[in-house]
Design a protein around this ligand. Sequence first.
Ligand SMILES: CC(=O)SCCNC(=O)CCNC(=O)[C@H](O)C(C)(C)COP(=O)(O)OP(=O)(O)OC[C@H]1O[C@@H](n2cnc3c(N)ncnc32)[C@H](O)[C@@H]1OP(=O)(O)O
Ligand SMILES: N[C@@H](CCO)C(=O)O
Length: 371
Amino acid sequence: MTVTVARTAIPEHGIVRYASIGGLELEAGGYLPDVTLAYETWGTLNADASNAILIEHALTGSTHVTRGDTDEEGWWEQLAGPGAPVDTDRFFVVSINIVGGCYGSTGPSSPAPDGKPWGSRFPLVTLRDSTVAEARLADQLGIKSWFAVLGGSMGGARALEWAVTYPDRVQRCAVISVGAASTAEQIAFAQAQTLAIRQDPNFNGGDYYGGRSPEEGLALARRIAHITYRSATELEGRFGREPQAPESPLRGEVLASRGRYQVESYLDHQGNKLVKRFDANSYIALTEALMSHDVCRGRGTLAETLAASTARFFVAAVDSDRLYFPSQSHELAQALPGDVDVHLIRAPIGHDGFLTEIGQLGSQLRSSFLA
Ligand SMILES: CC(=O)SCCNC(=O)CCNC(=O)[C@H](O)C(C)(C)COP(=O)(O)OP(=O)(O)OC[C@H]1O[C@@H](n2cnc3c(N)ncnc32)[C@H](O)[C@@H]1OP(=O)(O)O
Ligand SMILES: N[C@@H](CCO)C(=O)O
């Protein structure tokens, strides 16, 4: 479905809408015809379209940043909304499901031109490709230049790509909990996750739709990922060596009947929870899109690359993040033109602090970035 409405006819707040943005020639050589982007909006676009903010979701996020007409809580609920730091009484807020995802945009589970799911045929879509797709949606919405683009983790990588790919379309850019490129270690963790899915007997090379899904593999991928999202200190303080009562990790006649430690049960829960809301092929597609993250690719040094952007930057990191180290945010900030500080989110839990410490993040954004 093509969005053909005039700007003034965007009345819904918090309802998923769909835009057809045409075919996409992809960086890696593939082609996606007739791409759909799912998006939500909150607030009202002003007459000169100067109050638009794009919020980019992370790996398994959706367009649902905050409540709108629906009662369903969003993943950055306290950050965006009426009177919130991203004030929807002032700003027109847009969130777009990334290409390859499973929250409404074209992804591996979407029908290919032959009517069957893309499955194993889905191409590599880099974060840069997604930015190009999103710029077409911005055109359709009548947004020439974003007041701000912001996101955390993969959302931060998407925001950074926007600021560099379209320097004249991004006035402010918030890059939270991510560096300028995925590091070797981040790629290594990602490969273990994608292999967990690919080695599930139900994966069938990616063509499992209509049959059994590779749920075990996806749950294992999430367990691996979730360990990296939380700090050792948090896991130790929260679970220690406690058993998941009434199970006992030191009882069981054979290894297979051993009871679990609490932390194992916790990771099982995180894995099983994701399986209920996410498609395994999308998990691979987005994980590999994040592996592709390198804002400098084909552009020169980091300083040369960032010099192309005229945006005002906000860089933040969680002090205990062991996946996207604060040092990577410092490296990014130091390469930016001008004096850019790194706002440290103080949280013991690790990477996921960008989702849980909304109070700190919100006040930093409000005072120094969105004022
Ligand atoms: C920016 C984005 O787009 S990301 C999109 C949103 N992200 C997600 O939803 C990712 C999945 N969720 C998470 O990663 C986390 O829930 C966060 C980061 C959102 C919130 O973190 P926290 O509030 O610290 O939640 P936490 O990680 O402790 O998980 C709590 C869950 O673990 C369960 N749990 C805790 N201990 C145990 C245990 N011993 N055994 C089993 N389950 C347990 C709780 O019952 C709770 O279950 P529920 O989520 O089904 O209610
Ligand atoms: N917890 C986040 C990933 C960490 O950036 C998500 O599920 O999207």
